[in-house]
Design a protein around this ligand. Structure first.
Ligand SMILES: [Zn+2]
Length: 255
């Protein structure tokens, strides 16, 4: 449903060209790290795992065809096999972190509000529910939308990019990997053409993410809380919990 928001994932048909990628990355550890660091943003969609750690209740479905990545609804992200074939682990983490950000910011609910009645009815039918049940199910399973969330699609993407970079960094993935990700995707011109209708351009997103990465590393260096400056992108948890956010691994900065 949120596929229209998400750039990346028209890479589904792309073939891996990096000979170092002999086999797809194991995405499971990436997902678990992101589940852990996204927990403070996840509201009621958190759970405690067998080791007592809080995690965000989000699963990933890898689709065998060209469908890209997206945040589909309650607790489900999707990723095309093509993205797995194409991207090394650090870059894959940034893609998934972007989708996590869409989820915890409630963006699938915004996409839902934009559906025409016939589209809504079809979405409900696919989920095996009537429209009313479907709306309740979505509202209960997705963190709420902040009142200051922008309405412009490009701005929504920018919010997901910003928080996604923080989540990837907190999960221990180098922030510089966002730059190599964009460089790699630039090798696929069809991506640019397909994405610009609903997304900021790739150079625009890349430049924005570079600024966000600088800010993240500045906060890390100065010992400040590792959360975005915009209040709407911060977790709604106690200040001490925000202050205690730590990287899962070192080596995230410098750029
Ligand atoms: Zn997106």
């Amino acid at each position: 449903m949120l596929l229209t928001f998400c750039v990346l994932l028209l890479v589904g048909n792309a073939q891996a060209t990096d000979t170092q990628l002999l086999r797809p990355v194991d995405w499971r550890p990436v997902l678990i790290r992101l589940q852990r660091v996204a927990a403070p943003w996840c509201g009621e969609q958190t759970f405690r795992d067998s080791e007592g750690r809080m995690r965000c209740r989000v699963l990933l479905a890898v689709l065998p065809h060209s469908v890209p990545a997206g945040a589909m609804g309650p607790g489900l992200l999707t990723l095309g096999q093509g993205a797995l074939d194409l991207l090394p682990e650090d870059e894959l983490a940034h893609v998934l972190a972007h989708e996590f950000a869409h989820f915890v910011l409630g963006h699938p609910l915004i996409a839902l509000r934009r559906l025409r009645p016939d589209q809504l009815a079809r979405a409900a039918e696919r989920a095996g529910k009537n429209t009313s049940e479907f709306l309740d199910w979505m509202a209960m399973g997705i963190p709420p939308v902040h009142a200051e969330t922008p309405t412009d699609r490009h701005e929504i993407e920018r919010d997901a990019d910003t928080l996604g970079l923080y989540l990837a960094g907190l999960a221990g993935y180098p922030v510089a990997a966002q730059a190599s990700l964009w460089k790699r995707l630039a090798e696929y011109p069809a991506l640019n053409a397909a994405a610009t209708a609903t997304h900021p351009s790739m150079p625009d997103r890349s430049a924005h993410l570079h600024r966000v990465a600088l800010r993240f590393c500045e906060q890390l260096l100065e010992g400040h809380a590792l959360v975005p400056d915009a209040e709407r992108l911060r977790p709604s948890v106690a200040p001490e919990e925000v202050a205690s956010l730590r990287l899962l691994r070192s080596g995230v900065c410098p750029l």
